[in-house]
Ligand binder design. Structure first.
Ligand code: FPP
Length: 263
């Protein structure tokens, strides 16, 4: 379980990130925000750069948003850094993203520690190069005792692959005799997902203008509110994060039931 050390800290400056919390209700802060960081390539092209430059600036944006989220008392950010479909991109771009993630996790580890950020990963580790697995293990080890925000990076992640992985793991437990078919329920299934132990995302943010979920957290977003913006990820700011949270607060989350004023 997650601990409850998190507190909303209005207008507190965290390093170089100032979050303007005017008009934000402290009780409306989502526990978990999932982000599809889309639009890096288009952002870079628009500015006459290579697509890879967009990923580089996008990595900086993620750091800023994690710091802002930590300040707001959000418990988990799950960010889609590399999907199972991203292998289809030109090898140069794939290699660039892998190197970028490696450098990011190495160079920023001190700062993540300073800001009490715990790093976790979701996705299939098997097809990743050794240097990535080593970097990821190192980041987990270095930040495992941190009690602030969890930065959960989805790397070589696909929602369908995750559900298949869970189904196979459950089938194996049944075959081994450690689990009975009649005992398979939602909590058991969730315990076999990469997101084991994390709350489901309350809010899914997608930048870059597209209106689809792109194989991200297919199980976990069953009741998530979705907020999209045409803004490309490198231009996403803490103020936009606050805007998304304010919109989230005004949603009537019924989870298939009735709202209290119509019940
Ligand atoms: C989508 O933009 C973004 C990605 C596929 C990669 C996301 C990676 C980062 C933000 C940087 C690396 C992350 C870390 C953790 C260091 P796109 O390339 O699909 O953009 P487009 O839709 O404009 O083509």
């Amino acid at each position: 379980m997650l601990n409850k050390l998190f507190k909303f800290q209005p207008n507190r400056k965290v390093s170089d990130v100032v979050v303007n919390t005017d008009g934000l209700d402290p009780d409306s802060i989502p526990r978990h925000i999932a982000i599809i960081m889309d639009g890096n390539g288009r952002w870079a092209k628009e500015k006459g750069h290579l697509r890879t430059y967009g990923h580089k600036v996008g990595a900086e944006t993620l750091k800023t948003i994690v710091k802002a989220s930590n300040n707001l008392g959000i418990e988990v950010i799950t960010a889609y850094a590399f999907s199972t479909e991203n292998w289809k991109r030109p090898i140069k771009e794939v290699n660039f993203i892998m190197e970028l993630i490696k450098r990011y996790l190495t160079a920023e580890i001190q700062e993540f520690k300073e800001f009490n950020v715990q790093i976790r990963f979701m996705g299939s580790r098997e097809d990743l190069p050794d240097f990535m697995n080593e970097t990821m293990d190192h980041a987990i080890k270095e930040t495992k005792d941190n009690t602030g925000i969890i930065l959960n990076l989805a790397i070589n992640y696909g929602g369908q692959a995750e559900i298949l992985h869970a189904a196979k793991s459950i089938a194996q437990q049944v075959a081994d005799g450690t689990l009975k078919i009649e005992d398979i329920d939602v909590p058991v299934f969730e315990n076999n997902l990469y997101s084991k132990g994390l709350p489901s995302p309350d809010l899914l943010i997608r930048t870059g203008g597209d209106l689809r979920v792109s194989n991200f957290l297919l199980w976990q977003i069953a009741y998530s509110e979705i907020w999209t913006t045409p803004v490309f990820w490198p231009d996403f700011t803490p103020d936009m994060l606050v805007e998304a949270i304010k919109a989230f607060k005004n949603r009537d989350r019924r989870y298939g039931g009735l709202s209290t004023d119509t019940a």
